[in-house]
Design a binder for this molecule. Structure first.
Ligand code: E4P
Length: 219
């Protein structure tokens, strides 16, 4: 299983990289807009610091325009994966890009059958949106598990990414679902390392050590 970081914030990406916990990065137009910096420069910086694939999303619904935009982004680095919105237009663009040897990430999938179409069109990655699936009242873990099983059964090569992760329970359940990749926002990556009992245990050990040293010095 791989972990990607779900952000366009360079500082957070560098921080996660230093800890050796990320295998790739996903962005979307909303995450980029939040940064309020020039798009191309930021993407090129991210592509330089991330070892694995970085998803950059197209900003049009027209398949020909998607391919044009994607072809431009694909020249920015070998680790570019083009995020293409799910839908008939997106599938058409995905097929064209696959034929051109450009990596794709078909995004905003909410169901197993959408994910299957994305895989059929040759997507490198297929992103299913956990939080948004649950917003609609559906069981995201079930959708993920069914999709993982379908991909195994029918031998699709596409990697399943769990996106729209909003809380720790999503992470724990997504890990168990068998999805290939979880893309996690920086704040939750930080939380994954934390447990109050871990903190108090470490404090207990260090406090005892200090006391032991103090006593040793006295003797
Ligand atoms: C990842 O690929 C998605 O763009 C992102 O996780 C969406 O998250 P959201 O549903 O919280 O906006």
């Amino acid at each position: 299983m791989q972990i990607f970081i779900d952000t366009a914030n360079l500082r957070e990406i560098i921080k996660a990289n230093q800890r050796g916990i990320v295998d790739g990065c996903t962005t979307n137009p909303m995450l980029v807009a939040k940064e309020n910096v020039p798009f191309k420069e930021r993407m090129r910086e991210i592509l330089k610091v991330v070892q694995g694939d970085v998803s950059i999303e197209v900003t049009t619904n027209d398949p020909e325009e998607m391919v044009k935009e994607a072809t431009k982004y694909a020249n920015w680095g070998e680790n570019v994966a083009i995020k293409i919105p799910m839908g008939m237009a997106g599938l058409k663009a995905t097929k064209t890009l696959t034929d051109k040897g450009i990596k794709t990430n078909v995004t905003a999938c909410m169901t197993m059958h959408q994910a299957v179409l994305a895989a059929k069109s040759g997507a490198t990655y297929v992103s299913l949106f956990w939080g948004r699936i649950e917003d609609l009242g559906f069981d995201a873990q079930r959708v993920m598990e069914d999709t993982v099983k379908a991909f195994e059964k029918h031998k699709f090569d596409s990697k399943i990414i769990v996106g729209s992760i909003r809380q720790m329970s999503h992470i724990n359940r997504a890990i168990q679902s068998g999805a290939h990749i979880l893309t996690i926002p920086p704040a939750l990556l930080d939380k994954m390392a934390f447990h109050p009992r871990t903190e108090s245990t470490i404090k207990e050990f260090l406090d005892t050590w200090e006391e032991y040293q103090r006593v040793q010095k006295l003797d």
